[in-house]
Each structure stands twice: as structure tokens, then as C-alpha cells.
Write a protein that binds this ligand. Structure first.
Ligand code: ADP
Ligand code: MG
Length: 686
């Protein structure tokens, strides 16, 4: 049970004034569901504005607050042209307040003619005249605007404005209680860190590195503690020793010899499986390094030992593909493999559930549906999780509670995690690395091409199709501009379909699963020659005949993500090419990052360099959702603070064993606060 002190923080967002149905979606997109989430929704940066008496005091490009009087309206007849409110300061200098989109009516209401208003926004020069595009605040008296001289800028989603979100955060901050201290006192005083509550308030008020560090440290400490608790509980729990006799594995008729790295990893896994302590192992191998066969061999060991094995995939597409691959490879062994996803209903589903319960199904492949409550196994002894970074540790624990004994767990990932992050992400696991690619792989010819040359790219695509090979075309899709990105992907698909006919399919995250599968299937069967997609193809898709990939606006992707995407080509014997289309306004760092992609195909090197290139730059958080298991700590903070948090967590575990005493109790609070309470639950269970 969550400690009572934390209750005010876990109240639903709906309790905030002004949160109705309209805001539900944008808030959910930002992960803002409870008061706690607002408290930890930290500003990306702050703007500070200068109060001006007259416009000529300002440097162009500066954030200002100034009193202006609207004198005239221009434009607005055509919804595509901007609406301009011409306004004067006291000295008669003119500035245009510019509104794009359909904001004319709203602007007229806020800015009636001949009535002075206080305006906050960025003053820019446009030709000979001054302008403020979309003023951020408009007020009748100076107090409303003057209070905004320093303003936090929060990460936004579509349908949300800074003003609204800022007001909600302020409401949420009123509910923040004082909490007991969980940080080691000497460390805290050495670092000069504030208490938790003042740190939270300060982090929203202005740039305050100490407050930000303290909050990041909290998150890192919570994570380290939770991972250590998992590890400790795993050591205590009883698993099922599995001894395979090789009778099934010997029947596999593989068309290739295993690499040294594959053999070594299988041996490590075999060793773990023979123990009664449940395995907790991470198989880390670059795209195309051959993790699937390692998974299959491991699963066959479990079946040879008379038990069942399950493979969990992050998406339906991948589950289906794994199922086909495993069934094909394992056909000579005669094992019974089933596919179970959320879409299976009725009789088919009943049949699979029966088979899992009576043991007639040896292996199951599926999405998280395979670990739902209704699914019971006769004797599940091994769970393999593909693309582990997509699942939280919590989910992994849930599934390990499925068997009578705790199942062995093999997690697989192609994400080349920098060494500093491995500890944070996988601190509790043993690691096997597939650091050797199967022989005969050719380097992927990677080129950076300016977006203007898209015509040449389409021509190259035509020539490519003449050879009978297929291609991918990837469009970016990010949370902040999802609607626009989706529209752009659809428009691109329409363009390419107009050019190449209807052998062009489109796959994106908002399609129905059936539509997605149908498109994917046409592509994998070779009926469609071009797959236009947002990043849903990132993980695992395997079509060896697809040997060309075009990535649009490549600068908007993370390096690790580009690397994953590029790994979809270069899977067959033909030479593969990857074209990175870049936009015009490319920063120095952006240029360097794309150059790196051209230079190396080593995922680990790319991950380290990505971290280096992003790490130093910004003062405040460079949070990138999905890249790390953290929301509050930036990459730079992880590198600097994680070793400390790790040591502190170990001390806490060793000194007070099961988190007892005052600090131990406070540490439990911390685990709940960061929703690592599965750690606490393990503590109880043990
Ligand atoms: P990963 O899941 O690690 O990205 P896969 O398991 O999908 O990689 O393997 C990529 C491709 O390499 C598959 O077509 C697979 O059949 C092939 N492959 C795997 N191991 C070997 C090997 N030792 N020699 C040659 N080809 C291999
Ligand atoms: Mg794979």
C-alpha cells in the first residue's frame, strides 16, 4: 500500500481546476495523469523578459513586455494569410502583432482598437518593421504581464499551450507536501542540495542546477534501489533447473553455422538454465547479429526438459514474424508452437488457452496477451522477451509470477546501450553480448542527401525497382507534432503511389492492426515493392529483399534510432543502401551526427557518440523519452550522478538490510514516488 503522505501527489489530474474532456488527450500524451506527474514535468528552459518603456530600447530577437495600443487591423480576410494588429507604444513607434491560422476573431477580442494592453512576446524585425508573432500574454494591466518576467517553458503536446500548462503546474505545486529525507545526509550537505519540497518548487521557478540535480538524483536512487531489490529477490526465489538432453536441438537443420558469439551465448544460457536460481540474463546484440536462433535454442532446452517456453514481442507485427520464423526453423523438431495476440478471440483463443494449460503447446509467441490473468500455463519455465527496452521491469516481474516456480528470464535487445547506461537500465542482469555479425554481411552504403534532391532519389528508386528489389521509405513521427507528421507521411505515400502505382503500401501507428498486418504482409511476400512507414518498422522486421532505405528528415531522429532503422536493410546477400535526406537548417551537431552514420555501422560506437554529442550541450535536461528509463534525469545527469546513486543504494541495502529505520522508511517513500514500488513489494514477499 502506498504510504499516506504521498496521497496528495497521486490524486488524478481531473481534480485540477480547468481540466475537462478537451484537455484529457493532450495531457495523457504528455504522461500527465496525476498531480505527481505535473510536479515532475520540469521546464525545458526559462525565458526572461525585459520590461520596456519604448520599443526602441529593445534589441531585436529579445523577449519583452511592453505596453501597446492597437490602432488598426490588417488582413484576416483570407484564412491562409496572417492577421495583423498594428499597435503603437507611447512614443508612437509601430509594431505588428501577427497571428497565423484562424486566430483573427480571438485576436480582435483580446486587442480592441484604441485600448492599451500589456503584451509579452519576442520582438522581431520583419523587413523594415517590428513585429511580435503570436504574443504569449496579453493583459489589461501591467501586473498580469509583469509577473511573467521569468517564465518556465514546458514540453508541450498538440492542443496544449504554455499558459494553460503553466497554470496547471502552479495548481499542482500547491499540493506538494514535505517529505522525510532519503538522501544520505553527508552527501546532501556536500552537494549543497535542498530538501525535496523546496527543490520541487525551485525547479519550476527558475534555473536552479542544485534543485534539478537533487530531483534527478532521487530518480536515479529510486531506480538503483529497485533494481537491487529485484536482484536480491531473484537470488532468494526458487526456479526450476532445466537440463536439456539435446534431442530436439539436434534435429534443427540450420542453413548456416552458428557464430562463435552465438555459441558462447547459448552455452552461458544453458549454464544458467541448469541452476535452480532463476536466470536473469540480457542478450545484447546489434541488429542482424542473430538473436532469434539463440532464443530458439534456449526455448528448445526448456522443452527438452519437459517444460514450456514463451516469447514476448513488443508489437503484433513482430510477434507474427517471430512466430513464422520459429515455426519454420523448428519444423523438424516437431514441437508445437502457438501464436497468441490480443486480437485472437473466440474458439481459436480458447484452443490456445487449453493447449497452454494442458501442456500440449510447448512454445507460445505473442504480445503481452500471453501474460494476462486468463492465461494459465502447465509449466512455464522460460520467458524470452524481445526488444526488452520497450517493457518496464515491472512488466517483466508480472510475467515471472506466471509459473509455479519463477521462470528463467532471457531479455533480448538490439539497443546498443552506452556503458554508463547499462548499469542504470540493466543493473540487475547478467549480460551476454553477440559482438560478432554472421559472416558475409556487406557494409550498408550510407549517404547524406539534401532534401532538395528528392527528385533524384525518386529516380534512383525507379532504377532500384527494375532490379526486382524492394525498398523502405521512412518518415519521422514525433509526439509534439504528431498530426502534422502523420499528414506528411500520408502525403508522401500519395506522391509515391502516384509515381509507382499501387505497389506502394503505408504503415503507421494509427492504422488498425488488421490494416497494418495486411500492408506488412503484402510487403514481406514481395507483392508491394515500397513500404512507406513511420518508425513502426524500427524493431525486428526482416525482409531480406528490401535493400534500399530512404529516411526523410533524418536529422530529427536519434542516432540509435537511425541505426535501428538502417538495420532493416543489409539482411540479404545483395548490397544495400541507406539514403539520409536532410533538411536545410541543419545545426553543427546535426551535421556531425549524420556524418557519423555515414562513417560507422558499429552500434556501440554510435550510442557512445550520440551520448557525447547530446550530453554537454544544453544546461537543462535533454530528456528524450524512450532512450533512457528516466523522465527527470538527463543523460548528462545520469553520467554524473548515477555512480553516486548506485553506491548510496548499495549502502542502504547492505546497512539496513530490508530498508528499515528512518532512512529506510523514507527510501520506501521514494520508491513509491517514482513508481518503483514493485521493489517494495518484492521486499515484502521475501
Ligand atoms: P537480430 O534479431 O539479432 O536482429 P536475426 O535473428 O533476425 O537478427 O538474424 C538476422 C538474419 O541473420 C536472419 O536472416 C538469420 O537467419 C541470419 N543468421 C542468424 N545467424 C546466422 C549465422 N550464424 N550465419 C548466417 N546467418 C545467420
Ligand atoms: Mg530480432
Amino acid at each position: 500500500m502506498r504510504p499516506e503522505e504521498l496521497n496528495p501527489l497521486f490524486v488524478n489530474a481531473e481534480a485540477l481546476k480547468g481540466v475537462g474532456a478537451g484537455l484529457a488527450r493532450p495531457l495523457a500524451k504528455l504522461g500527465l495523469n496525476r498531480i505527481r506527474d505535473f510536479v515532475y514535468h520540469l521546464p525545458d528552459r526559462f525565458v526572461s523578459r525585459r520590461v520596456l518603456q519604448a520599443l526602441e530600447e529593445s534589441a531585436v530577437g529579445e523577449q519583452v513586455i511592453v505596453e501597446l495600443t492597437p490602432v488598426d487591423y490588417r488582413g484576416g480576410g483570407n484564412p491562409r494569410a496572417p492577421f495583423r494588429v498594428m499597435a503603437e507604444d507611447r512614443a508612437g513607434n509601430v509594431c505588428a502583432l501577427v497571428y497565423f491560422g484562424r486566430n483573427a476573431g480571438w485576436a480582435r477580442k483580446q486587442l480592441p482598437l484604441n485600448e492599451p494592453r500589456w503584451i509579452a512576446g519576442r520582438l522581431d524585425q520583419f523587413g523594415q518593421s517590428l513585429q511580435i508573432v503570436h504574443p504569449e500574454h496579453v493583459g489589461e494591466d501591467s501586473t498580469a504581464a509583469m509577473g511573467k518576467t521569468i517564465e518556465p517553458i514546458y514540453p508541450l503536446s498538440e492542443g496544449m499551450t504554455q499558459g494553460r500548462l503553466g497554470a496547471l503546474v502552479q495548481q499542482a505545486l500547491k499540493a506538494v507536501p514535505e517529505l522525510p529525507e532519503w538522501i544520505e545526509p553527508s552527501l546532501k550537505s556536500k552537494q549543497g542540495w535542498p530538501d525535496w519540497q523546496p527543490a520541487v518548487l525551485a525547479a519550476h521557478r527558475g534555473e536552479d542546477p542544485k534543485a534539478r540535480d537533487r530531483l534527478a538524483y532521487d530518480e536515479l536512487l529510486a531506480n538503483s534501489l529497485a533494481l537491487m531489490l529485484v536482484r536480491a529477490s531473484n537470488r532468494r526465489s526458487k526456479g526450476q533447473p532445466l537440463q536439456g538432453d539435446g534431442r530436439l536441438r539436434s534435429k534443427l537443420a540450420l542453413p548456416f553455422a552458428l557464430t562463435g558469439a552465438q555459441r558462447r551465448s547459448i552455452a552461458e544460457i544453458e549454464g544458467d538454465l541448469a541452476q535452480s536460481a532463476p536466470m536473469l540474463r540480457l542478450l545484447q546484440g546489434d541488429v542482424g547479429s542473430g538473436k532469434t536462433i539463440v532464443a530458439l535454442e534456449s526455448m528448445l532446452i526448456a522443452v527438452e526438459a519437459g517444460a514450456q517456453a514463451a516469447l514476448l514481442a513488443p508489437t503484433e507485427i513482430l510477434a507474427r514474424q517471430h512466430f513464422e520464423t520459429l515455426r519454420r526453423m523448428a519444423a523438424p523438431t516437431g514441437v508445437n508452437i502457438a501464436l497468441l495476440t490480443g486480437r485472437d478471440k473466440g474458439k481459436a483463443r480458447e484452443g490456445i488457452l487449453m493447449g497452454l494449460m494442458d501442456g500440449s503447446i510447448d512454445m507460445v509467441v505473442g504480445t503481452h496477451a500471453i501474460f494476462q490473468d486468463a492465461v494459465a500455463y502447465k509449466n512455464l519455465a522460460l520467458a524470452v522477451i524481445d526488444e526488452q527496452h520497450r517493457f518496464g521491469v515491472g512488466q517483466r516481474l508480472m510475467l515471472t509470477q506466471k509459473g509455479k516456480a519463477t521462470p528463467h528470464c532471457l531479455a533480448m535487445t538490439a539497443t546498443p546501450i552506452p556503458r554508463t547506461l547499462t548499469l542504470a537500465q540493466y543493473g540487475e542482469m547478467d549480460v551476454s553480448r553477440l559482438d560478432e555479425l554472421p559472416p558475409g554481411r556487406q557494409a550498408i552504403d550510407t549517404r547524406v542527401v539534401a532534401q532538395e534532391r528528392i527528385g533524384d532519389v525518386v529516380a534512383a528508386l525507379s532504377r532500384h525497382f527494375e532490379t526486382g528489389q524492394q525498398a523502405y521509405w521512412v518518415c519521422p513521427m514525433v509526439r509534439e507534432s504528431e498530426t502534422a507528421d502523420l499528414a506528411a507521411a500520408e502525403a508522401r505515400h500519395a506522391d509515391l503511389a502516384a509515381h509507382f502505382g499501387n505497389d506502394v503500401v503505408l504503415v503507421h501507428g494509427q492504422l488498425k492492426p488488421e490494416e497494418k498486418d495486411a500492408a506488412m504482409e503484402r510487403f514481406s511476400r514481395g507483392e508491394a515493392k515500397l513500404l512507406v512507414a513511420t518508425t513502426v518498422i524500427e524493431v525486428g522486421v526482416d525482409v531480406p529483399n528490401a535493400t534500399l532505405m530512404v529516411i526523410e528528415q533524418a536529422e530529427r531522429f536519434g542516432l540509435a534510432q537511425l541505426h535501428q532503422l538502417r538495420g532493416r536493410v543489409g539482411r540479404g546477400s545483395e548490397k544495400s543502401t541507406c539514403l539520409l535526406l536532410r533538411g536545410e537548417a541543419l545545426s553543427e551537431v546535426g551535421r556531425e551526427r549524420l556524418a557519423l552514420m555515414r562513417e560507422t555501422q558499429d552500434g556501440f560506437r554510435l550510442a557512445e557518440e550520440d551520448l557525447r554529442l547530446r550530453g554537454g550541450g544544453e544546461l537543462l535536461g535533454t530528456r528524450q523519452s524512450g532512450d533512457t528509463p528516466f523522465r527527470t534525469a538527463s543523460l548528462e545527469q545520469i553520467q554524473r550522478l548515477l555512480p553516486m546513486a548506485h553506491d548510496d543504494a548499495r549502502l542502504l541495502m547492505e546497512r539496513d538490510g530490508g530498508l528499515v529505520g528512518e532512512r529506510g522508511e523514507a527510501a520506501r517513500l521514494l520508491l513509491y514516488l517514482f513508481e518503483r514500488d514493485w521493489g517494495v513489494q518484492l521486499l515484502r514477499g521475501g
